[in-house]
Every structure is written in C-alpha cells, then in structure tokens.
Design a protein. Structure first.
Length: 634
C-alpha cells in the first residue's frame, strides 16, 4: 500500500506542476500578447486586465478593476451599451472606438469582443489593438484624396485618366466636360478616338510620344474637337502610372487658344517691325538715289528747255518736247517715291473731299466704257481736310484704275465717305473684282511689287498711295479676299470748313536781276544752269565749285543780286555756306537749287529772302522763281 500511496503522491505533484506551467504560459500569453480586458456585460465593469492593458492605459491594475469600460470609451454610455448588447446577436464583433488613457490623451483602438464562459459566468473577452498610427495614415490619405479630388476637378486644364489596355476613359474633371461639351457619362467608358475628340493621326502621334516617354512626362501640341465640332488647340502633357497590373495614362490638356493668338500677334508685330525697318532703310536709300537722279534729270530737262525754242526743224522741236515731258514725268516719279519713303507735304491748303471724289468719278467714268458701274455713296455734309488736293486726286484715280483692272468682266466700283470717331474722314474705295490672296496683300504696299504685266506699270501705285496718305497724317487699310473683291480705306484728319478759299493765279513777273553767283559741285550742272540763267536774261553768271570758293568771290562792292546754292557738296554744305554768308551779309538773297528730295520742307530754309527750287526744272520755272526775288516777293 505504501508504494501505491507514494505513486499517487508523485502523480498529484506532476499534475500540479503541469497546471502551474500551463497557468504561467497562459498568463504570459494573456499579459504580453495583446491588450486584453474581461468585462461584465451587465454593467460594463472591468473584471480583469492583463499587463499589456496596464501598460497601454497607464492605470494600475487595481485602478482599472475599479472602472467601467464607459469611463475609458469616449462614446456616450448608451452607445457603448448598444455595442455590448449587439454581441448577443453574433458570436464575435469588431468595433472601432476612441479610448481615453490615464494621461488624458485619446487613442484610436480596434476592439475584438466575444462572449466566453468563466466559472459558469458569461463575460466579454475584449482584445484591444492600438490603431492610432493607422487612423492617422488613413486620415492623411483621405485628406490627400480630397485634395487631389478638388485639384482634379478645379484644375484650369483638361485632365483625364485613361486605361492604356483598351484606351477607354476612366475619369475626367469638370473642365474636360465643360470645354468638350460632353457629360461624364458620355465620356467614361468611351475612347477619345470613338468620340472623335482626336483624329487617328493625332492619336498615333500621341501613342508614339507616350512610348518614347517611358515614364517621363512629354509635351506635344494637338487639336481636340468638341461635341459641337469646334476645334481647340491644346498642349498635351501626360505620364503613365501603374496601378497594380493596370497602366493608367494621366493626360493634362492645356487650352492654348490665347497663347496661339498671342503668338500670331507677336509674329504680326514682328512683321510690322521688319516692314518699318525696311521702310526706314528704303527711305535712306531713296533720299540718296533721288538726289542723284534729280541731278541727271536736271541736265536732261535743262538741255531740252534750252534747245526747244532754238531748233528750226519741227521734228527736232517735238523731240525736245518729248524729252522735257519724260523728264517731268521722271521728276514726279521721284517725288512720289520720296513721298512714300519720307512722307512730307511741301504745299498744303484746305480742300473738300466729296467734291474731289466727284471729279475723280467723272474722270473714271470716261474710261470705263460702261463696263463697270461707278457708285458714289457720299455723306451729305462737306468734308474738309488740309493737304495737297493734287496728290490726293492722283492716288484716288490710281486706286480707281486698280479696281477697274480687277474687274475685267464688269462689276461695281463704289466710292464711300463717312465720318469716324475722333473727327476722321474715311474714304472707302470698294470693288467686287478678283481680289488678292493673303500673300499678295502682305506685299501690296511695297514699292515695285506688282501682279500686273511689266508693260502696264512699275508697281509704284499703292506704295505712292501709302506715302501720300502718311504725308497727310492719315492711315490706310486694305482688306481683300480672292474672288470677293478689295476694299481700301483711307482716313484723314478732318478740319473745320475754311472761311474763304481762293485760287489765285500768280501773274508773270519781270526779271530785274543783273548778277548771280551759282555754287554747285557738279560741272555739268554749272555749265547747263549758266546757259539757262543767261537765257533767263541774267546779265552776269559767276560760278563756284565749292562753298570755300564762293566765300572768296563774295566781296563787298561786287556782290551778286542772288546767290544760288546746291545743298549736297563736298566739304561745306549749302546750309553751312548760307550761315557764313548771312553772318557777313544778312540781307543776301539766297536760292537753293537742289536735288535733295525733301529740301522744300526744311524749316531752316523758311526764313526771309530764302527760296527753294527743286531739280530738275525748266528755264521758265527758274525764271519765275528769280522774278520773285526781283520784285521782293521773297
């Protein structure tokens, strides 16, 4: 028996050690694995708490066991009770709460609760996980998503997400719908190609750019078509991202309509700047060339005027008349070129525009041969402007002839006048002829540019028109379309009607000059002008080849009645010589005879006892000018 008792005692001891080890293991697992609480489901009192709970909440175990779960959970007590009662419907439940810790801070927790039986009693076994970091991450993600969503929808550009596997649109922003005129429902699930938003060519170009990009954002200019078929230029910028196994294209489309318009305006301004620079260079060139040509014409015209009256053969006389006529025409061409390059007006007077247009229309009607109907749509009140009526008449006739040439198969030529804001007189010359292309229109005002046969003109018409209008402080605007005709609008500053306008013919004046000193560096000009002055009844003609030589000949007691000066001379110019002469002889009459194209408008020459005669000129013209000195009219 003794042996049996001993075995039983050993067995009991082994069982107790086993239970102790199991309890130690359970306690170690229970205390350290997770935060665990045992809660009475009837009143929410905490029945037990493991070590992890003590550490997490910051209370002592005794303090925790004196508390109810409602004192930790920040939810209202009734909501906590509802959560506990809901466990009766299900074996286990998961809840998310905020628990207040001993230091007053709040922690986001996930609670896994289930009912268990301990010692015949039903208790709630709750495992609490701290999910504060996860909740903060979720809130940050939510805020980021909301921010992205707001940015996505409110972006000033068109934004879309497209699945590259099938090319279907996944999402678009509000701007995308607004610009293209589609609803989200019409866009999502469709492709831009099937909707006709982009062309197959642009889609191919787009795909090539995406492939070449290899994850790097690329930019390309395209055109997209709205539901209304209106096209919009856009700048595409896109990138491909991977979401799982899907490849998503993020497309950002910037409407560059205004940018394109700005670029076009910039190009236009650059073109205008180039044109202005070209005009400036041309003006410099014209001034130099005109002076030389006028000197050549002076010799030819002077010779013709001298020989015309002395030759005996009628054929020779007609030949010299023709030479004189051609030289005078050349003089007008040079004058018109100068007007174009350096617009100035030498003589100005008020004239009425409607009356001038009526004269022009009467002239044009005589050459239309009833093939073109000329219409006058003129405002009833008088339109006075200040300028040179002859020059304006010339350009109106030229514009009218251009219009007639543009209507070989009949048409209407309309002259129209209106008053524009700012007191401007606008004259429109409108035809319904063949019109001009944009390329031709761009060069229309350039000198020597013409679409006509070379035998019909030199291509100076519109450029001369430009020069005359600018000289009158006006503007010119030309619009034209092939097959629809051309409209030229000229605008001039309007002036009040003059009190009195008279045209007085200056009678021929007697010439009472005995001696003239002629200063010119061109030997041929000195020789010819000497003969012309002799024929004009000047008794003594002395000459000098430079300003310095002229000063040596201007001696008291032997002074000339008139000093005739060229302007452009080596060394001392005509104006410089005039200043030195006036220092010595303040009342010396001086006549500038120059091929300088704009010399008649120089302010320095608008002083008493100074006059200008532009080369070339005839014997009669210089005789009339000198006669004004002899009668003290200058």
């Amino acid at each position: 028996m003794h042996g049996s008792h001993k075995k039983a005692a050993n067995l009991k001891q082994l069982n107790q050690e086993l239970r102790d080890r199991e309890e130690a293991y359970r306690r170690q697992f229970y205390d350290n694995f997770s935060v665990m609480l045992l809660i009475d489901p009837t009143d929410g009192r905490i029945m037990d708490a493991n070590d992890a709970a003590v550490r997490f909440y910051g209370y002592t175990r005794d303090h925790l066991l004196s508390m109810a779960i409602a004192e930790i959970n920040v939810l209202p007590a009734n909501e906590v009770k509802n959560a506990i009662d809901s466990l009766a419907q299900k074996y286990g439940r998961h809840f998310e709460f905020k628990h207040r810790l001993a230091d007053g801070t709040l922690a986001d927790v996930e609670v896994s609760s289930s009912k268990i039986i301990i010692g015949g009693r039903t208790v709630l076994h709750s495992i609490i996980h701290d999910i504060t970091d996860r909740k903060q991450a979720e809130e940050a993600l939510l805020a980021s998503n909301e921010k992205f969503s707001k940015t996505f929808d409110s972006a000033p550009m068109l934004v879309s997400l497209t699945d590259l596997a099938d090319g279907k649109i996944i999402e678009v922003n509000d701007q995308y719908c607004e610009v293209l005129g589609y609803t989200r429902g019409e866009l999502i699930g469709n492709t831009t190609l099937s909707l006709g938003i982009i062309t197959p060519e642009d889609r191919k170009k787009l795909i090539e750019v995406i492939k070449l990009g290899a994850g790097t954002p690329k930019k390309i200019e395209l055109k997209i078509r709205a539901k209304t078929s209106q096209t919009t230029p856009i700048l595409f910028s896109g990138n491909v991202i991977e979401v799982g196994e899907r490849k998503i294209l993020i497309s950002m489309l910037l409407d560059i309509t205004e940018l394109k318009q700005a670029e076009a305006e910039k190009i236009k301004l650059h073109t205008q700047l180039q044109q202005a620079q070209k005009m400036k260079s041309l003006g410099t060139l014209v001034a130099g060339v005109a002076h030389n040509i006028n000197n050549v014409l002076a010799v030819a015209l002077g010779t013709a005027s001298l020989r015309e009256d002395v030759v005996t053969e009628p054929a020779d006389r007609e030949a010299y008349k023709s030479i004189g006529k051609v030289c005078r025409h050349g003089r007008e061409v040079v004058k018109s070129l100068v007007h174009f390059a350096q617009p100035t007006l030498v003589t100005q007077a008020p004239f009425e525009m409607n009356s001038l247009i009526q004269e022009v229309c009467a002239l044009l009607e005589s050459i239309t041969k009833n093939q073109v109907q000329i219409v006058q749509s003129l405002i009833e009140e008088p339109l006075w402007i200040n300028g040179n009526a002859g020059d304006v008449n010339h350009i109106l006739v030229n514009l009218g002839i251009n219009s007639l040439d543009a209507m070989p198969d009949r048409g209407n030529l309309t002259f129209r006048t209106v008053i524009r804001k700012g007191n401007w007189v606008e004259v429109s010359i409108e035809d319904n002829g063949i019109g001009m292309t944009s390329e031709v229109l761009a060069h229309a005002l350039e000198p020597f540019f013409t679409t006509k046969d070379e035998s019909t003109g030199a291509g100076l018409g519109l450029s001369m028109t430009y020069g005359v209008v600018k000289a009158h402080c006006g503007t010119i605007d030309i619009t034209s379309q092939p097959g629809q005709g051309t409209t030229v609008k000229l605008r001039f500053p309007r002036i009040p009607a003059p009190v009195r306008v008279e045209t007085v013919k200056v009678p021929a004046l007697p010439l009472r000059l005995r001696k003239v000193l002629l200063v010119d560096d061109e030997e041929d000009v000195r020789f010819l002008m000497g003969r012309m002055l002799k024929k004009a009844s000047i008794g003594v003609v002395e000459t000098a080849a430079s300003g310095e030589e002229a000063l040596e000949k201007l001696l008291p007691g032997v002074l000339p009645d008139v000093l005739i000066l060229d302007q452009n001379m080596p060394g001392m110019t005509g104006v410089q010589l005039m200043a030195k002469v006036r220092d010595r002889y303040p009342d010396m009459p001086i006549l500038f005879s120059s091929g300088q194209p704009d010399i008649e408008s120089w302010e320095i020459l608008k002083q008493p006892r100074v006059a200008v005669i532009s080369k070339p000129f005839t014997v009669d013209e210089i005789q009339a000018k000198l006669a004004q000195f002899s009668t003290n009219q200058i």
